[in-house]
Design a protein around this ligand. Structure first.
Ligand code: NAP
Length: 263
């Protein structure tokens, strides 16, 4: 019996997840198949029903734009998904379909290898991915976080003892006071004028992973964390949940992926 898994959502044919899972199947001698399913808001309900009825399916990843919408199709979700409000990993269990969020730990693991504390961390953007980022930062004890978003009304409610919401247009007032800047905006919004003010020691983490050296990361000479790290680290716990085997994160895996995202 071939054990199956999917990534579902929009533009999933471009996803690198099949490469990651196929690498791990081979390393663990698992007869597995991880493929993509392109789903649109119009056929979402119908496609989910079909997926749920597949016999050999162990689980599936959910990507843009269904990480929130999938929740009410599931039997239960873990506490991280509840707090973040999004699910990226769905597992078939004896008690039905379980939703988990592994994005937050996929983000946190590469970060914590580099830095455990930061002065005035900055998060650029507040879409689905940034919610997991903010959850991870708070959970891991980062304080004085400033979140910037083009649409300010989406972040107004975030102000609390750890988080300050600010307009993207005011980034220049904050950028010289941070030593960690995290980008979750698909298009680079930095420019030479802004980056001139950044402290040389500031760590830059871009969630965008294609190309590897994104236009955002190009402004930083060292101290970078690449989006591909998060992609790998969010996939690892899904593999463990679905196939009960330990995925290796090694040079070989990075080499295959980097070949795909070099440009
Ligand atoms: P999303 O929900 O669509 O959010 C996009 C965010 O970017 C919003 O805050 C949006 O602001 C902002 N934005 C978009 N275009 C902008 C522009 N031209 N100027 C200023 N702000 C702009 O997307 P997401 O799910 O958070 O994903 C964000 C990125 O992270 C994507 O590139 C995705 O591939 C990547 N990602 C990577 C990983 C990984 O494992 N490495 C995991 C998840 C996501 P408004 O609110 O104003 O529209």
């Amino acid at each position: 019996m071939i054990k199956k898994a999917y990534v579902i959502g929009s533009k999933t044919s471009e996803s690198l997840s099949p490469i990651i899972f196929n690498y791990w199947f081979e390393k663990n001698n698992i007869e597995g198949q991880y493929s993509y399913r392109e789903i649109t808001p119009t056929n979402f309900n119908e496609e989910i029903e079909k997926i749920f009825s597949e016999k050999d399916l162990c689980g599936f990843n959910v990507t843009i734009p269904f990480k929130e919408k999938i929740i009410n199709k599931l039997n239960t979700i873990d506490k991280h998904s509840q707090e973040i409000g999004a699910v990226n990993c769905v597992t078939k269990t004896k008690n039905g379909w379980l939703g988990s969020n592994t994005d937050w730990m996929g983000f946190a693991q590469p970060l914590l290898k580099k830095i455990k504390k930061a002065k005035n961390p900055i998060v650029l953007g507040y879409g689905g991915a940034a919610k997991a980022v903010l959850y991870a930062l708070k959970k891991k004890g980062f304080k004085n976080i400033t979140v910037f978003n083009r649409t300010f009304k989406k972040i107004e409610h975030l102000n609390d003892e750890y988080v300050n919401a600010a307009e993207l247009a005011k980034l220049n007032k904050y950028i010289d006071k941070t030593d960690l800047i995290i980008n979750t905006i698909p298009t680079n919004i930095l420019d030479g004028l802004l980056t001139k003010k950044i402290n040389k020691k500031t760590i830059a983490y871009d969630l965008v992973y294609k190309p590897k050296e994104t236009p955002f990361l190009k402004y930083f000479s060292s101290n970078k964390i690449y989006g591909i790290d998060m992609l790998i680290y969010q996939a690892a716990p899904c593999f463990k949940l679905w196939f009960d085997a330990n995925p290796v994160i090694d040079k070989g895996l990075y080499e295959i992926l980097e070949e795909k995202i070099i440009k």
